[in-house]
Design a protein around this ligand. Structure first.
Ligand SMILES: *Cc1c(COP(=O)(O)O)cnc(C)c1O
Length: 376
């Protein structure tokens, strides 16, 4: 069934995604481990990972075990690093996938429980160790390392990689170097215990782009692979946004002076106006705090939002343009020579680009472009 419905789509360009990966690859000698957690920041993990895998990327990173299993369930039998915690009880059920799943050791407790549950099978898994160098989240603390390394040796646990995570690479500040030096110090401690480490990694998108000298063996870019900017301090032209968010005008109204728009009557016309109704609301992930602030593109012109965004609709000012039912509306992306970026929406919504795309809900169908054509 080919239902067009409300003609509202997030169009994700896989060709551009692969170009971004190539561009990032040109920055470093390290291998790229595309980060596809959170449904690839809302862009669609399965479609993007599938194509990146065909292009030769063979290691991906996700936040949670559930996400890794979704990749495997969709036939992507590749190396998958799991950044975050999962209940060690789950080890019982994933032994068959131990060739692919690379769990992160985030605490002594996690590893002890994994040993209890897996017994000898613990040696089937190749773990990564996340060591904290200053972000103070789930990484292993320096003072936990002696106990942890002893546990690793006593149980013959295989450690494939040691990594850390930058707190301020997007701010390009000196703390990045401090973290990198701390990383080397802790890595050396681990190596000195006689633990063999194949892969070392620390850089996210901003780390890779602004501190390529810290690339090590793998880099872990997320945001930049989707063509979004990893920092407010820079605009990297080569990054091509891969998502466009489009809808249509479903109604054109006249608004008289003194009439208001939407819940709470936060916009009141002071003159006669023409408005267009768009079938997109905050339940699609379009931030409600963009009410009366953001713009959309119609006929290549920026049109301001009027009144509060509702759950399923929003109203824009089309007084100055010849707007008709069925006209294309661009909420994110390009139309003629105008563009609305995720970064601009993030700034108006008081957040970061990551949050804007990762919150576009599943009510918005994703459509994929590959080889210049729509994938069906
Ligand atoms: C999300 C994440 C990344 C990717 O970060 P970007 O800023 O999107 O490039 C890398 N490493 C870890 C540990 C992460 O959680």
């Amino acid at each position: 069934m080919n239902i067009t419905g409300r003609d509202t789509f997030a169009i994700v360009n896989i060709d551009k995604y692969l170009e971004n990966l190539n561009f990032l690859g040109s920055y470093t000698n390290a291998k790229i481990m595309p980060v596809v957690k959170a449904d690839a920041y809302g862009h669609g993990m399965i479609a993007l990972a599938r194509e990146a895998l065909k292009e030769g990327n063979n290691m991906f990173a996700v936040a949670f075990l559930e996400e890794a299993l979704e990749l495997l369930d969709n036939g992507m039998l590749c190396n998958i690093l799991i950044f975050n915690y999962f209940n060690p009880k789950d080890f019982k059920n994933i032994v068959d996938y131990s060739n692919y799943l690379k769990p992160t050791i985030t605490s002594i407790d996690f590893l002890e429980k994994a040993c209890d549950i897996l017994g000898k099978d613990i040696s089937k898994f190749k773990f990564h160790l996340n060591i904290d160098t200053g972000i103070n989240r789930i990484g292993i603390k320096e003072k936990e390392l002696p106990t942890l390394t002893k546990l690793i040796k006593d149980h013959h646990i295989k450690i494939e990689g040691v990594y850390s995570h930058f707190a301020t690479a997007d701010e390009k500040d000196g703390f990045v170097e401090d973290q990198f030096n701390k990383y080397l110090e802790l890595l050396n401690f681990i190596l000195d215990q006689g633990i063999d480490i194949k892969t070392r990694h620390i850089a996210n998108s901003a780390g890779l782009l602004f501190f390529p000298q810290y690339s090590l063996d793998y880099v872990r870019p997320g945001i930049a692979t989707f063509g979004m900017q990893p920092s407010n301090l820079d605009n990297i032209e080569e990054l091509k946004p891969i998502m466009e968010f489009k809808s249509v005008i479903v109604k054109v109204n006249e608004l008289n002076s003194g009439e208001s728009v939407g819940y709470g009557r936060t916009f009141v016309a002071t003159k006669k106006m023409k408005t267009a109704i768009i079938p997109v609301g905050y339940a699609d992930g379009y931030f409600r705090n963009l009410s009366n602030k953001a713009e959309v593109l119609i006929k290549g012109k920026k049109c301001r939002l009027l009144g509060n965004i509702s759950m399923d609709q929003m109203v824009v000012d089309v007084s100055e343009i010849d707007a008709n039912v069925g006209d294309e509306v661009v909420l994110i992306g390009q139309q003629e020579d105008q563009r609305i970026t995720v970064e601009e929406l993030a700034q108006k919504a008081g957040t970061i680009n990551y949050e804007i795309t990762s919150k576009i809900t599943k009510r918005v169908p994703r459509i994929y472009i590959r080889g210049g054509k729509c994938l069906v």
